[in-house]
Design a protein around this ligand. Structure first.
Ligand code: ADP
Ligand code: MG
Length: 347
């Protein structure tokens, strides 16, 4: 494979790599949105088709970035300000859709996933580009907990949203990436592309295969080192989403504080280093990975069942990998990896 062309499309850097013959051509293009480099791989279409499809995805992403950003000005920020002021607010249809999804994830996860914890994330400094600490005081956390913000306290009529609790501050960071990766896949398919991967910083959806019925090969990142701890081969339709305690964090006085917070304690979730979920629905896979990172050793299996996910790989704080049976048959672990336990979700 050699790099053949470099296009520049406004904010889009387009890198096309090509294999011969034409039917096996694989193009990789990159764009930047949501603070992440998004890597789109397509197979089986020509450069022009691949390029115009990715241009459409780029336009969609820049719009979503403006609308759903949790702390920059935009439609979600306007809604959050209205909620804080106790005012009903006419918002966008896409935001209503995300609120309803978030409510569902909160309900199914027993509150471990909570898209209304924006105030808490802000207290921790995770609603800024470079979180740096210090952590909030125990009093600040206690005060936040006493308000019990929940997305279920929102009332929706058409696009009119109001909250019974002014401390509800929406943050879609736990599933918006999944939702938008799904939208990108839909767009690419609408452009006639059926073999593809949309990879947003390691979270991805794939369709079809890499040509000649060869499956796509996906890596699962090691939670503490560079590189992967396992690979798996997938084809058809699947999404692979991982939440980890290593993705976004700050170190303060020698301690590491990461960005996935347990809404029941107000502190970063403990007990797991990363959780990977494989599912058809990307928003669900994204939310479930976050929820299962919050869930403890006794409850993650029942939360997975309740959220409707079947394929989970959880790395606990002892570096033991817990993996569900069907997925266990598909993953190939790095031979250096010691402890893998296969665990069924059924009891
Ligand atoms: P990443 O953004 O690294 O892919 P996640 O998908 O797990 O990781 O999303 C983490 C983001 O989700 C946080 O940055 C924050 O915006 C939000 N978040 C953190 N804790 C929770 C939680 N308990 N429930 C819902 N959203 C959360
Ligand atoms: Mg997530």
């Amino acid at each position: 494979m050699n790099i053949r062309t470099v296009f520049s499309l406004g904010v889009t850097l387009l890198l096309a790599t090509a294999c011969q013959p034409q039917t096996e051509t694989i193009y990789r293009q990159q764009l930047f949105a949501f603070g992440t480099l998004i890597d789109i791989t397509t197979q089986g279409v020509d450069a022009e088709q691949a390029r115009s499809a990715v241009q459409a995805v780029d336009a969609l992403y820049q719009q979503q970035h403006r609308d759903w950003h949790a702390w920059q000005r935009g439609a979600l920020d306007d809604l959050n300000k209205a909620i804080a002021a106790g005012k009903p607010w006419q918002t966008d249809r896409s935001i209503v859709k995300l609120i309803r999804m978030g409510q569902r994830f909160e309900r199914l996860s027993g509150g471990r996933f909570n898209p209304a914890i924006g105030e808490l994330l802000a207290l921790w400094g995770f609603q800024q580009d470079e979180p740096e600490g210090p952590p909030p005081s125990p009093e600040q956390i206690k005060a936040w907990l006493s308000h019990k913000p929940s997305s279920l306290q929102l009332d929706i009529e058409g696009n009119l949203v109001s909250s019974r609790n002014p401390h509800v501050r929406l943050d879609f960071g736990g599933f918006a990436k999944g939702y938008s990766v799904g939208k990108a896949v839909d767009l690419l398919e609408a452009h006639g592309i059926h073999n593809l991967i949309v990879n947003a910083g390691g979270d991805l959806c794939l369709r079809g295969n890499r040509g000649d019925n060869t499956p796509w090969r996906i890596g699962i990142r090691h939670p503490r080192r560079e590189g992967v701890l396992a690979t798996l081969e997938l084809q058809g339709a699947a999404c692979v989403f991982t939440s980890g305690d290593y993705e976004r964090y700050f170190v303060y006085q020698g301690r590491r504080y990461h960005h996935i917070l347990d809404p029941r304690t107000g502190y970063p979730a403990t007990g797991a280093r990363s959780v990977t979920v494989i599912a058809d629905d990307p928003a669900l896979a994204d939310a479930a990975a976050t929820a299962l990172l919050v869930a403890d050793a006794e409850h993650w299996q029942s939360v997975a069942v309740s959220m409707g996910v079947k394929d989970v790989l959880r790395i606990d704080d002892q570096n033991i990998v817990w993996v569900t049976p069907r997925l266990a048959k598909q993953v190939v672990f790095d031979p250096a990896w010691q402890s893998v336990k296969v665990v069924s979700l059924e009891h």
